[in-house]
Design a protein around this ligand. Structure first.
Ligand SMILES: C[S@@+](CC[C@H](N)C(=O)[O-])C[C@H]1O[C@@H](n2cnc3c(N)ncnc32)[C@H](O)[C@@H]1O
Length: 272
């Protein structure tokens, strides 16, 4: 409530999807089926998770699927895909995203990688990133008070010491040159264009060289407060970000691209 009061007092653009979605988050079961991560389909969901797990496992040279593991805490939906193996969408998506980034940016397991995660939710990516990369550090920011609050609690619970959660009204503390990579996963599609412009302006001011983007759709549409759509595609270029790589999430399998868990596109942008 204190954070919400602080965020409400700021002169910021109105929210769209999250103006109502924030109120639906269960603070004790924040990893359950909700607006942070949709985990269930209507049909054949366990089959989809089995297929996706086999896809992840086949490419998982570093053994992240088993080393990261999943305990289902805070209500996450566990899928018993094989004997002794339970997975979640949190686990599978995080492995695919981090493996893609590692390959595209060619970073080693011991590299110093300072990341800024925008729209960080409860800290899903931060938790997995900090667990895998011993010298990686990640700063989580969000403009929804409940997300900032849960992210702080969750990352403390997971003992992620190299993760920082920065409240939205303290973002002015960030410094140019501090980050190598910014990430935005399933977030810009859920906010108004005015907000995406705000965040791109920040990335540009901070001179962050790379941006990893995972939109919800095949295009760069936003959601405006009146229910209409904006387009943040042109804004990326206007802020100096050009696409250097784009892949399907399940790029090695057309079957997984059709039947896997929540297919989509991964983009890497570089600042001119
Ligand atoms: C679908 S969740 C994704 C969370 C996280 N990136 C992940 O992949 O697990 C969308 C996130 O966008 C955040 N969000 C909504 N409006 C925002 C805004 N105007 N600025 C920054 N983040 C926002 C929400 O609070 C939420 O954390």
């Amino acid at each position: 409530m204190e954070l919400r009061g602080r965020y409400d007092a700021l002169k910021a653009p109105p929210h769209s999807c999250w103006a109502s979605w924030e109120r639906c988050i269960d603070l004790e079961r924040f990893r359950a089926e909700n607006a942070y991560q949709s985990q269930a389909y209507f049909l054949a969901t366990l089959d989809r998770y089995r297929l996706t797990t086999a896809y992840v496992e086949a490419r998982d040279e570093q053994g992240w699927l088993r080393s990261l593991g999943e305990d289902g805490r805070f209500g996450a939906k566990l899928w018993p895909v094989a004997r002794g193996l339970n997975v979640t969408r949190d686990l599978l998506d995080s492995i695919l995203e981090l493996a893609w980034l590692k390959e595209m940016l060619d970073f080693g397991m011991d590299d110093i990688i300072p990341v800024l995660d925008i729209g960080a939710g409860y800290g899903r990516l931060a938790h997995r990133f900090a667990s895998l990369f011993p010298r990686g550090s990640i700063t989580c920011v969000d403009a929804i008070a409940t997300s900032t609050f849960l992210c702080e609690i969750y990352l403390k619970y997971r003992r992620c010491e190299r993760c920082q959660v920065l409240p939205f009204d303290e973002i002015g503390e960030l410094q140019a040159g501090q980050f190598t990579l910014a990430t935005n996963i399933h977030s810009w599609s859920e906010m108004p264009l005015a907000w995406v412009k705000h965040w791109l302006g920040l990335l540009s001011d901070l001179s962050i060289p790379y941006l990893f983007l995972v939109p919800n759709f095949a295009d760069f549409r936003t959601r405006e407060p009146d229910g209409s759509h904006g387009d943040f595609g042109p804004e990326l270029g206007r802020h100096g970000y050009r696409c250097i790589s784009k892949s399907r999430k399940y790029r090695y399998s057309a079957v997984a691209d059709e039947l896997g868990v929540f297919p989509g596109d991964y983009y890497l942008f570089q600042k001119r």
